[in-house]
Design a protein around this ligand. Structure first.
Ligand code: G6P
Ligand code: MG
Length: 479
């Protein structure tokens, strides 16, 4: 049996709240459920989180939960008629003083007063993910006067970005601080931070998450031009986090669609070489919001992210509000499995010619080298507390499954995001040390994942509950 290695993150929303729907998503292959704090309230998120946990447990599945903070998305206020039509060439003003519900086709309020300070004549402002473009003519103390260069419909509360980035909103808002507490209460496994600019934005988020009592891992969403301005800026964000998301919606607006794909590839490669996770997100199956089959271009987009070795591909509106949420997960699962059959995905040049920083890292990478070069090896068993050992292993390209053996429920779910890693609940402290390898192998044999004559590699430390303590690997023949 070939198991899918690339993982699927699916956003839950109005189209995916009913328990039957969530069950279908889990059976179709959802590995991580994303709760989007930009929409819905705490009660909605709690209901979805509880439903996912209960159904996953019933099916013996490990599904991680990710809370995605809204961040400082800058938005226009609202129009008297809900929507206006902007024509190319016409004048349009964004104003801090205009009443928030009384926008017209020539002026609208803004919900973020400092925007005015960040604008200069000649700047391009992109509204609604770039569907409408304004060029700044003049900046007053409380208003930005522009003319329209790309016209179209504009409706209430649409987002504003500036081409090239540089809007100075702090990355954690008061709402984010509240939502971090909710994430901790709901015991979410991951917290994604929107629009971080510097490593210190992630450090601040981590501090707040820990202060709220949560051990969740932090995902930095790469979506500002500044974050990808050079490798130093990108690497600083990667190093400060446990993983990154290529958040192509806002990133594409800020840097332009032409650079997006090259930069996506660079982000995936850098994240992996720093031992971090990476999720590729936004519009992967966009047409499936209203159609039961993906386009060839979408198939190609997902497959290319898989070939580039992303840990996960993500669905947003497709699963949150689309008509074909379950079909979108099924399509992704099928495309991932297909792309993983390409032999390029079993060869690795990962960190060849580099030195390692830690003992457990050295063991983890050696285990992968052994697994990739000894054809009899059918499984890697990594005993782990935090998930760190299998995370490092899974940074190397391989076709050999890595089993995350852990007794901690959060680690069991967390590993659902790691490429090529599968959870096996296991408590080494309750096993006679002399029989540990036999017991560990037995559980895979029982699931028919191993048979007599197969080889396995097992990693552990000298002590049975010591995160960071992995110092040995064994190559064993299944009897
Ligand atoms: C389990 C093993 C230990 C090992 C640890 C690694 O507890 O029994 O021998 O040291 O996992 O955990 P880590 O969080 O570093 O992957
Ligand atoms: Mg975004």
């Amino acid at each position: 049996m070939t198991r899918r290695r690339t993982k699927i993150v699916a956003t839950l929303g109005p189209a995916s709240t009913a328990p039957e729907k969530i069950e279908q998503l889990i059976l179709a292959g959802m590995d991580v459920a994303r709760l989007n704090f930009s929409h819905g309230n705490a009660a909605d998120h709690r209901l979805r989180a509880e439903t996912v946990r209960e159904i996953a447990a019933r099916h013996g599945r490990y599904v991680a939960l990710m809370g995605d903070l809204q961040g400082p998305k800058i938005r226009i206020a609202r129009f008297t008629q809900g929507k206006v039509m902007l024509k190319e060439g016409q004048k349009f003003t964004l104003s801090n003083q205009h009443p928030p519900d009384a926008g017209t086709a020539s002026i609208v309020g803004i919900d973020y007063p400092p925007l005015v300070r960040d604008c200069r004549p000649g700047d391009e402002l992109l509204l609604d993910d770039g569907r409408v473009v304004l060029v700044v003519d003049e900046v007053e103390e409380q208003a930005v006067h522009t003319h329209v260069t790309v016209g179209g419909p504009l409706s209430n509360n649409k987002g504003i970005n500036r081409r090239g980035g540089g809007i100075s909103a702090p990355s954690l808002t008061d709402k984010d601080r509240q939502d971090i507490k909710i994430a901790a209460e709901l015991e979410l496994d991951y917290v994604a931070v929107s629009f971080p600019r510097y490593g210190r934005d992630i450090e601040e988020a981590r501090h707040l998450v820990r202060a709220a009592g949560s051990p969740a891992w932090l995902i930095a969403k790469i979506e500002r031009a500044e974050a990808v301005a050079d490798d130093r800026a990108l690497d600083a964000l990667i190093k400060a986090s446990d993983g990154v998301m290529v958040a192509r919606g806002d990133l594409g607006v800020e840097i332009g669609d032409a650079r997006l794909v090259g930069i996506q590839k660079r982000i995936i490669q850098h994240a992996r070489s720093h031992n971090k996770l990476v999720i590729t997100a936004t519009q992967m199956m966009e047409s499936m919001i209203s159609s039961p089959l993906p386009t060839r271009a979408e198939v190609s987009d997902v497959a290319n992210a898989v070939l580039d070795y992303t840990d996960a591909v993500m669905l947003s509106a497709e699963s949150a509000s689309g008509k074909y949420a379950v079909e979108a997960v099924q399509a992704m699962a099928r495309i991932c499995l297909g792309a993983e059959q390409e032999p390029t995905t079993t060869h690795s040049k990962h960190r060849l010619g580099e030195t390692f920083g830690r003992c457990d890292e050295t063991i983890a990478l050696s285990a992968m080298y052994a697994a990739n070069h000894f054809p009899g090896v059918k499984a890697i068993i990594a005993l782990t507390e935090s998930g760190h050992t299998p995370l490092i292993m899974s940074r190397i390209r391989s076709g050999v499954p890595i089993y995350c053996y852990t007794r901690h429920p959060m680690t069991q779910r967390r590993a659902a995001l790691f490429r090529g890693v599968y959870t096996v609940p296991f408590d080494p402290t309750s096993v006679d040390p002399a029989r540990l390898s036999d017991v560990a192998i037995e559980s895979l044999k029982q699931q028919a994942l191993l048979k007599k004559g197969d080889w396995i590699i097992l990693t552990k430390g000298d002590y049975y509950s010591n995160s960071g303590g992995t110092n040995g690997m064994k190559i064993l023949k299944v009897r």
